[in-house]
Design a protein around this ligand. Structure first.
Ligand SMILES: Nc1ncnc2c1ncn2[C@@H]1O[C@H](COP(=O)(O)OP(=O)(O)OP(=O)(O)O)[C@@H](O)[C@H]1O
Length: 213
């Protein structure tokens, strides 16, 4: 479904990877691994169309993703949180939903179920009771959970997650792994980086980027 063919990436005169092929299918979980600076984030950004490869192309189904200003239905959550620290968790989710309203799940398109569903999401991500506090006043792990709660708002077929476990405690990691597993069970496709081992109930395919000098 998401397919990269022959892609290469050069940064600061260093070839991070060359002529790389990668395919992510529906119902598949790929764990992208490699040392710091190997090029994992650079690869993810190419896969979602946020930067261009030196060679090759990326397609989602039949369509190229490059130069796409709105890469959904690929959901990309980078390792930066991209939250407004002055807004609460609830307001951040509402704002993000507003930005991506055309991809909103059905419950969020209907005003009679919108608030109830948002609270269901907040509860799943253990944010009820914290939902009105400016995000900048939440802990790093709580902020990470707000960021990841966005996975529940849109109809994406592919999730690209860059180090989603950053700052999470053991319970948080288990929670997010369950969220990811549920998505894969529903035939979603996930490509994620993490410097820790994945404990998924699904088969995990490892894809390794080496560090090239
Ligand atoms: N916009 C940029 N301009 C110049 N160099 C960049 C840019 N983005 C990344 N790089 C360089 O590319 C290399 C790979 O960076 P990248 O963030 O892709 O690594 P990574 O594998 O995700 O690392 P980490 O595990 O530390 O997150 C680094 O040496 C970095 O300095």
């Amino acid at each position: 479904m998401l397919s990269a063919q022959n892609i290469s990436c050069i940064k600061q005169d260093r070839t991070l990877f060359a002529e790389l092929d990668l395919t992510l299918n529906s119902g598949e979980l790929i764990h992208l691994v490699g040392p710091n600076g190997a090029g994992k984030t650079s690869l993810l950004r190419i896969l979602v169309g946020l930067s261009e490869p030196e060679t090759g192309q990326v397609t989602l189904g039949e369509s190229p993703v490059q130069n796409s200003c709105n890469p959904l239905p690929i959901l990309y959550l980078g390792h930066k949180l991209a939250l407004n620290k002055y807004l609460s968790a609830l307001e951040n989710l509402q704002y993000w939903l507003y930005l991506h309203s055309e991809y909103a799940i059905p419950e969020l398109r209907d005003n009679s179920t919108l608030t109830e569903y948002l609270y269901t999401v907040l509860a799943r991500f253990r944010l009820v009771g914290l939902e009105d506090i400016p995000v900048g006043q939440l802990s790093a792990g709580q902020q990470r959970r707000v960021s990841l709660a966005r996975t529940q708002l849109v109809c994406a077929s592919v999730w690209i997650l860059d180090e989603p476990y950053t700052s999470l405690d053991t319970n948080g990691v288990t929670l997010i792994q369950t969220v990811i597993d549920d998505f894969v069970t529903e035939q979603g496709a996930v490509l994620m980086t993490s410097h820790q081992a994945l404990k998924s109930k699904h088969k995990v395919t490892e894809f390794t980027l080496e560090y090239h000098i």
